[in-house]
Design a protein around this ligand. Structure first.
Ligand code: C2O
Ligand code: CU
Ligand code: CU
Length: 490
């Protein structure tokens, strides 16, 4: 097996302890001058060239059409995530990433979940429209040894790529880090894209793993812990479907449909394939109205995209899917290698004669127009470091009260010098403006990156499902630290 060594990135920090006061709270504690409590660089062996694996699907044991019954177990496992060592992980059905839940619009779904972890957890269905008692929010923990059934009906028009992950109060970062995340793919009976396009699901994640295979989860008292606390924990190892720099084969001339999920705790990817473009066809909540040709796509943590990729290289040649530098950081805590492009996978053009692909339809579907004139409220949401509207998360407090059926406009301000991706549970929204610039076309979103000192304006309709829904920064460390609020719909 070919392998190479990479150097675990060393984070460079210019210490400016006094300068970190945000809303009266110093960001770094006064112990920030401690040196790193572990070696600055370690070598790990990275296998190269394995074929990108398909995540297996959860097995549907229902015997009636339109009904899906699956079993999901979260449990400790020992798995080999990197070459040469095993890691003590938390896994869904024994795998990292967990198996994909594949659904059709209209399906009636029951997920029989069992928590075999030594701690409470939940399963949150990120981006799905479902009843509040199946949302898996921090208000609904599943104790160790207990079972919970998540039940919902898949909304017509919701075909797209979603995901599931734990959401226990204050403990989401370690549980996702240890391996709990998986994809949900919802299909439409009238999918406009040709079935002849080979479909790939790419679950992109990152992690820091020490030479003994253990996860590098830091204590808040260490310098690295404080950097993780501020930036959100980033890993130097980038995985696609659990593999490091796997190879994906494409035939010259063919068109592939890729669903890409960023399951990372905080890393933002700027995806590009040198020398060729993507046809961007969908976002979090499914397909656009029309395909859009782009050279790169910024994919914040928890976001998803659908893209079409054409096998435009010469037979037998190869290129890469890479992530270009993206500066989401405050300058003081930028990782030393933040300005380096990183390879995610090798795109290998098959050594075969070119094939002719079915043409890409110009119209994909119609997306309903939400009329701002019908909005009954405009909410101002201010994200500062750790806090939303100057408050830390409180499970017993309702931050926003909204009426069932109401259309609302939310203005999400980021008032600090690093990006915060904003996520709303249970409802897809449409972005109206980013920093005053009208969004060029409609799409359904449940997560939107709000760059430093910018504002995003979106419109949402609370059409159904009364209850207490979370909204939060999706940098998992920030969420755990309390950068979350509750909108109650009654
Ligand atoms: Cu992806 Cu509150 O969640
Ligand atoms: Cu969510
Ligand atoms: Cu944040």
């Amino acid at each position: 097996m070919r392998s190479r060594s990479i150097v675990v990135s060393v984070l460079v920090v210019a210490l400016a302890v006094g300068a970190w006061a945000v809303a009266g709270r110093p960001f770094f504690s006064s112990s920030a001058g401690d040196s790193l409590d572990r070696p600055a660089a370690e070598l790990v062996d990275i296998p190269l060239g394995s074929i990108v694996p398909d995540a297996p699907f959860m097995r549907n044991v229902a015997d009636q059409p339109g009904t899906v019954h699956v079993a999901l177990v979260a449990a400790p496992e020992r798995l080999q995530l990197i070459d040469g060592v095993t890691s003590d992980v938390y896994a869904y059905n024994g795998r990292v990433p967990g198996p994909t839940l594949e659904l059709m619009e209209g399906d009636r779904v029951t997920v029989r979940f069992r928590n075999e972890l030594p701690e409470p957890t939940t399963v949150h269905w990120h981006g799905l429209s479902l009843p509040i008692d199946s949302d898996g929010s921090p208000l609904d923990p599943v104790a160790p040894g207990e079972e919970k059934h998540y039940t919902f009906t898949v909304l017509p028009g919701s075909a797209g790529t979603y995901w599931y992950h734990p959401h226990p109060h204050g403990e989401t970062t370690p549980q996702v880090t240890k391996g709990l995340y998986g994809a949900v793919v919802i299909r439409a009976p009238d999918d406009p894209l040709p079935a002849s396009y080979t479909e790939r699901l790419l679950v992109v994640s990152d992690n820091r793993i020490l030479a003994d295979g253990s996860f590098d989860l830091t204590e808040p008292t260490t310098l690295q812990g404080q950097i993780d606390h501020q930036n959100g924990r980033e890993g130097n190892l980038l995985f696609v479907n659990g593999e490091i720099v796997p190879t994906l084969e494409i035939r010259p001339g063919e068109i592939q449909r890729w669903r890409i999920l960023n399951a990372s705790a905080s890393r933002v990817y700027r995806l590009a394939i040198p020398g060729q473009t993507f046809l961007h066809v969908g976002n979090d909540g499914g397909l656009f109205e029309h395909p859009v040709e782009v050279e790169e796509i910024v994919l914040a943590n928890a976001e998803r995209v659908e893209v079409l990729v054409r096998g435009s290289g010469a037979p037998g040649s190869a290129t890469v899917l890479e992530t270009l530098p993206y500066d989401r950081y405050m300058p003081q805590t930028r990782p030393a290698d933040w300005n380096q492009a990183r390879q995610l996978l090798t795109l290998q053009y098959a050594d075969e004669p070119p094939v002719a692909a079915d043409p890409v339809p110009e119209v994909l579907r119609r997306i309903p127009y939400l009329d701002p004139a019908e909005a009954s409220a405009t909410r101002e949401i201010v994200m500062a470091q750790n806090m939303i509207n100057n408050r830390l998360f409180d499970m017993d407090r309702v931050d926003v009260s909204a009426s069932l059926g109401a259309t609302e406009i939310w203005l999400v301000h980021n008032v600090v010098g690093m990006d915060h991706p904003f996520h709303l549970h249970g409802f897809q929204f449409q972005i109206l403006e980013r920093n005053g610039v009208p969004e060029p076309f409609r799409s359904w979103k449940d997560t939107v990156n709000v760059p430093k000192h910018e504002t995003v304006r979106f419109i949402v309709r609370f059409a159904d499902h009364p209850g207490k829904w979370m909204f939060h920064c999706h940098i998992l460390d920030h969420e755990d630290q309390g950068m979350m609020g509750i909108v109650e719909i009654t």
